[in-house]
Ligand binder design. Structure first.
Ligand code: TIU
Length: 225
């Protein structure tokens, strides 16, 4: 087992049974002209975590542990997008509308792609999901079972929406979860702070929380032992 100093208690994981889930690091959320900006958000806030997420992905690749990427998006005919999701909010562009990076939140459009800095490599699983949670209407559960994964490490955007929803789905399915707090971000700093705090509250009701440095140091220590 590798043990990471974490909040509210140390997070221990078996190296062969852990996977990283990188949530929705897509152009639609972190670049101007995408879905995130259409909702009225300042997307520059989210870009700050890119180097940390890249470092986290590199750590998993170095160790040979699975890296799984997710993308939020819909089929071209929007048949997998509930009308309520299209109607919600007061966006300047709605899901399916043509924007500067192609149709907003539609699979295969330029804006739906994972940003080049964090692009998946050959052999990594990419989960296309219609919802905020990565388990709903996807193969993620079956993929994790096939890989024999019991522990999940989370990064990506946004902390209180797709990251938290997926962590809660994972938690209910029995996965032991760790959120890397400097590898996740929100358009709203107060929502990120509240989410990080509520995940670890009540004795890790959703999971543990630690900075990347704590995970990296624990992995290095285990290698030196
Ligand atoms: N990926 C994700 O979090 N989807 C969102 O819609 N997030 C918002 O914060 N809007």
């Amino acid at each position: 087992m590798i043990t990471v100093p974490a909040d509210p208690f140390p997070y221990a994981f078996p190296p062969g049974k852990v996977a990283l889930i990188v949530i929705d690091m897509q152009r639609d959320f972190v670049e101007p002209g995408g879905f995130g900006e259409s909702l009225g958000n300042d997307v520059s806030l989210l870009r700050a975590i890119i180097p940390t997420v890249a470092e986290l992905i590199a750590l998993f690749r170095r160790e040979g542990w699975p890296v799984i990427h997710t993308r939020e998006g819909h089929l071209a005919d929007l048949s997998d997008c509930p009308p309520s999701k299209i109607r919600r909010g007061k966006p300047s562009l709605r899901i399916g509308d043509a924007g500067p990076m192609g149709r907003i939140m539609v699979r295969g459009e330029p804006g739906n792609a994972i940003i080049p800095e964090l692009a998946p490599i050959e052999g990594e699983i990419v989960i296309d999901k219609p919802g905020k949670g990565a388990f709903y209407a996807t193969s993620l559960g079956a993929d994790l079972e096939r890989l024999g994964i019991t522990h999940l490490v989370f990064a990506g955007v946004t902390t209180e929406v797709c990251v938290q929803t997926t962590m809660r789905e994972a938690n209910d399915r029995g996965y032991d979860c760790l959120l890397i707090e400097d590898a996740t971000e929100s358009y709203f700093p107060s929502y990120k702070a509240a989410t990080v705090s509520m995940i670890a509250a009540q004795g890790a009701i959703v999971g543990c929380v630690a900075p990347l440095a704590a995970l990296s140091a624990a992995v290095e220590k285990s290698e030196a032992a």
